[in-house]
Design a protein around this ligand. Sequence first.
Ligand code: AHG
Ligand code: MN
Ligand code: MN
Ligand code: MN
Length: 335
Amino acid sequence: VGDMMSSTDLITLSRHLIYQQKKHTQATGDFTLLLTSICLGCKFVSSAVRKAGLANMTGLAGAQNVQGEDQKKLDVIADAVFVNSLRSCGRVASMVTEEQEEAIIVREAKSGAYTVVFDPLDGSSNIDCGVSIGTIFGIYKSDHPTFSEADALKPGREMVAAGYAMYGSSTSLVLSWGQGVNSYALDPALGEFILTHENLQLPPKASIYSINEGNYQSWNEATKEFVEGCKNPKDGSKPYSARYIGSMVADIHRTLLYGGIFMYPADKKSPDGKLRLLYECFPMAFLVEQAGGKATTGSKRILDIQPPNIHGRAPIYLGCKEDVEAIEALYKKHN
Ligand code: AHG
Ligand code: MN
Ligand code: MN
Ligand code: MN
């Protein structure tokens, strides 16, 4: 009966925000409105992902994005949904999306407005085989927006919030506005995100490593030695488990819930790493730090990087504090 009773008293995302708004000044009505637009995008994409196989939404769209990647149909649909929803909410001055070369400027926005950077669909290569994919976003606030790309070219530590949606066995929304990390699950019947995990915290160390090991040949010595140590611990402790999904959202979601370290180093193919600063590295580093973990390039805190351009990339190692510190130590050793 206890369970049945509590299910009539749901903490929806809006309820949680209103409650937080009373406690802190950070969550303003504008912020709540902005999040509502992001949630609409996530619900739309979630519903599109669920019917993709039935409604001819799998496969390629026939174009390439600025990164030279073949766009999938769902990449294009998700991009349009977020751009339209954010453009019309009146609180967004500019946007940067993986799928468009230039920043999108919304001149009608009122001042004191937000800049939203996003990866509308992360893990595109996993769409057609039904593996988890997601949406990643980061939010900056400018008191005096310049209505140019410059509003987005700020280090990740200046973000006021970040999060992702994961379209997995259920749809989860993981969000931080700088007061810890909370996770919500989409109730498909209600169309509401319901609080499921409050203040997620990473353990200091865990025993899962996550990296595309096919790139081994072209890794640096620090990465090779770290992964070697995961499989063959020098102190005789139990080896780590390997887990790699190939969707950053899903790999980070597992890391937040089960612990571990996720890595996408620079290699010969991608000398700056593969993952993009604004809409992949920064939001995920923000969440991991808020959960008590760390995020580094090996030698520099991810959130302190000044992005060189809106699609700039960086090598990244993030997750449990002590595992990330082990990588940092190896970078010093091999430098
Ligand atoms: P996207 O689908 O948004 O282009 O991102 C793909 C990224 C990320 O999701 C994942 O962690 C990484 O690419 C996987 O890369 P590899 O296939 O090289 O391992
Ligand atoms: Mn892509
Ligand atoms: Mn991505
Ligand atoms: Mn993407």
